[in-house]
Write a protein that binds this ligand. Structure first.
Ligand code: AMP
Length: 340
């Protein structure tokens, strides 16, 4: 069992009337900081050296810092002075790494301990299976694999380093060249769909907040078949789902929340995502989750998602939704439940 950071201790010297929202200037920082500004929080963007200039042009960012992420710990005291809540996202995990992120002495929105589960292919699938969500089959023995399969390297990021094998001969040949650990998964034939959820402790409900699909080079190329399929995300495209599928999406989200509360205390607050393939017989097969905001939520930055209208009397984007939860959490005395 991991040591849990005592959030109440971190917040002890905080002035709750003067909270700042801080995040790494990358990934989904623009919508996070714009939303925070709209709700009256002071905003801080932390950029890699030489990358701050882009963020300085935006009036809703009060302070843009540049920092060496190899030594992120050194700016933590300055963040604490500003009463900062850190919003973690994919670039934070990439630059700082989950091992350091789970020990960082800074109040962090959501469940930071999920970052470890997210980083490990086997833990990730274990959590989804425990939740009772349909997942792709995993094959430990190439003799019994059902082809095609997708091979995922442990260290692979954003789909880079995955490959698809059509049959046993191709799989055996390509596995021979591999040095890293990997997982062999059924390659599910269908279309991708990524669901953005928000689990609210303020309203005690799970919101199906939005959706997207990824635009990936080069599986989404105009001339397919000329090159090895790769899955490097270059952007995201908005989507809505057949309404008849929404109850299943809601159900899987609720099962995930329950599984996290049982396996990864203290449970999940705020945004997370389930990433799926939908087959032609309408099965939703989930191959991945993210226990924090995903960049796919950028598709409705500033305009709000279609589904947010179902919960609020106006469209909201995920940056605003996070700020709304923190604002209401402070008012209702639930802030510590939203943080780890
Ligand atoms: P990931 O980096 O895990 O999000 O995966 C990159 C891409 O690989 C996804 O966007 C999917 O299109 C595809 N993918 C991953 N796992 C599977 C699977 N088991 N079956 C079909 N496609 C998959």
């Amino acid at each position: 069992m991991r040591e849990i950071i005592d959030v109440e201790r971190l917040l002890r010297n905080y002035d709750l009337d003067r909270i700042s929202i801080a995040t790494i200037a990358s990934h989904s920082a623009l919508q996070i900081l714009r939303g925070a500004h709209e709700y009256g929080f002071r905003t801080i963007g932390i950029a890699r050296p030489g990358h701050g200039w882009f963020y300085r042009q935006f009036r809703f960012i009060d302070e843009v810092w540049e920092a060496d992420f190899a030594n992120f710990e050194s700016i933590v005291p300055k963040l604490l002075e500003r009463n900062a809540i850190l919003i973690p996202h994919g670039s934070y995990v990439e630059y700082v790494g989950w091992r350091r992120a789970i020990k960082m002495e800074i109040p962090t929105f959501g469940n930071r301990y999920l970052l470890e589960w997210e980083a490990d292919q086997r833990l990730k699938m274990k959590l989804l299976e425990y939740a009772g969500i349909p997942t792709p089959k995993v094959f430990n023995d190439t003799n019994y694999a059902k082809y095609p399969v997708i091979v995922k390297l442990y260290g692979a990021k954003g789909g880079r380093g995955y490959f698809i094998a059509k049959d046993r001969e191709e799989l055996t040949r390509r596995l021979n060249d591999l040095k890293d650990d990997y997982i062999i998964q059924e390659y599910v034939i269908g279309v991708p769909a990524y669901y953005h959820y928000f689990n609210s402790y303020v309203y005690n409900r799970l919101e199906v907040f939005g959706m997207d699909i990824r635009y990936e080079s080069n599986v989404d190329t105009r001339i397919p078949g000329l090159a090895e399929p790769t899955f490097t995300v270059v952007g995201n495209i908005p989507m809505v789902l057949r309404e008849s599928l929404l109850p299943t999406v809601q159900k899987y989200g609720e099962q995930f929340v329950k599984a996290v509360s049982e396996l990864v205390p203290p449970g999940i607050a705020g945004p997370f995502s389930l990433e799926s393939i939908i087959t032609d017989d309408m099965r939703i097969v989930v191959f991945e989750f993210s226990g924090r905001i995903v960049a796919g939520t950028n598709v409705y930055m500033g305009v709000g998602s279609q589904y947010s209208v179902l919960y609020f009397d106006r469209p909201m984007d995920m940056g605003e939704r996070i700020a709304h939860e923190i604002r209401e959490g402070i008012k209702s005395g639930k802030l510590t439940k939203l943080l780890t």
